[in-house]
Design a protein. Structure first.
Length: 301
């Protein structure tokens, strides 16, 4: 019997079909908690069963799992408290209300923000990429060994509702490998996008909408098509792509000159056009890119 009272926090991710959950790193069962409806990591014994006396996942471990799930499904995740005695990370400004429960309010607000961030990106639900047990893709510790910083940067970027903030966050991932301005990484990996194995991420209409159920959409293939279209257009216009992407980054990050503003017009359109390209480059950066990623994808895809 699962002792839900020992669970301190869980992962909120909307628009993802959990099914029965999955096993991660051969020692954690990611299972949906029935009351809070959060995905929580539960300790497993050597026999693969829930271990009531086992060490439950820490906040740091749960955050890591949230980042992994967010990266693999390109969807926003947040970690929320399960217990009412857990304080929010900061105190909101305002008068005290006897009917106002800070933890509940904080959690509901974050849960809503994740749902809206998902709806901006996808029209339908995403299919879980992990098999229930023994899936190499769920070997998170091995996959992201020495790459947790890049993983965290990516997960933070896709939590943003504003696409300008998402672009800036994704570009930070491109700066991570060589700790520079990212232009060398872009130049070295730009031509990989066409043949890179990003894996299969399917979005499917489950019949919630009127009309017949539609065929699944391969999300990464849609992003690849859009990114390659931009590469061709920029090269045809004789625009140096690394410098162009970096200039957009500077226009968002700095308040000096050539600013990119949320004008609901040309400024936003310019960033939105390059977002798929920067996103796929960032995914290559998280996974290692080049020959390293080729070896990894052969086993994990």
């Amino acid at each position: 019997m699962i002792n839900w009272g020992r669970v301190a926090c869980g992962i909120c991710v909307t628009g993802l079909q959990f099914g029965e959950g999955f096993v991660a790193d051969e020692r954690w069962a990611l299972t949906e908690e029935p009351y809070a409806r959060l995905l929580v990591p539960l300790p497993l014994s050597d026999e693969g069963h829930y271990e009531p006396s086992g060490e439950h996942a820490s906040l740091a471990q749960t955050l890591f799992f949230a980042d992994c799930i967010g990266f693999d499904h390109d969807c926003p995740t947040v970690v929320l408290p399960c217990r009412t005695d857990t304080p929010p990370p900061y105190e909101a400004i305002g008068h005290k209300r006897p009917w106002h429960e800070p933890v509940r309010y904080y959690r509901d607000a974050l849960e809503a923000s994740v749902e809206f961030a998902h709806q901006i990106r996808f029209n339908d639900d995403l299919a879980l990429r992990y098999a229930p047990e023994g899936d190499p893709l769920a070997s998170f510790e091995e996959r992201f060994n020495n790459r947790r910083e890049a993983l965290s940067l990516y997960a933070s970027a896709i939590r943003q509702v504003d696409l300008l903030s998402e672009y800036l966050g994704l570009y930070r991932v491109l700066e991570w490998p060589q700790k520079d301005n990212g232009k060398k990484f872009i130049e070295a990996h730009l031509d990989e996008i066409g043949g890179y194995d990003f894996g299969s991420l399917q979005m499917a209409d489950l019949g919630y909408h009127r009309g017949p159920v539609e065929d699944p959409i391969e999300v990464f293939e849609v992003l690849r098509e859009r990114a390659q279209g931009r590469i061709e257009a920029l090269r045809t216009a004789d625009i140096e792509i690394p410098a162009h992407l970096y200039a957009l980054r500077n226009g968002l990050a700095h308040g000096k000159q050539d600013l990119v503003l949320n004008d609901f017009g040309p400024g936003v359109d310019a960033v939105a056009a390059e977002l798929p390209l920067v996103k796929l480059l960032a995914r290559i950066a998280v996974e290692g890119g080049g020959e390293t990623a080729a070896v990894i994808t052969a086993e994990w895809r």
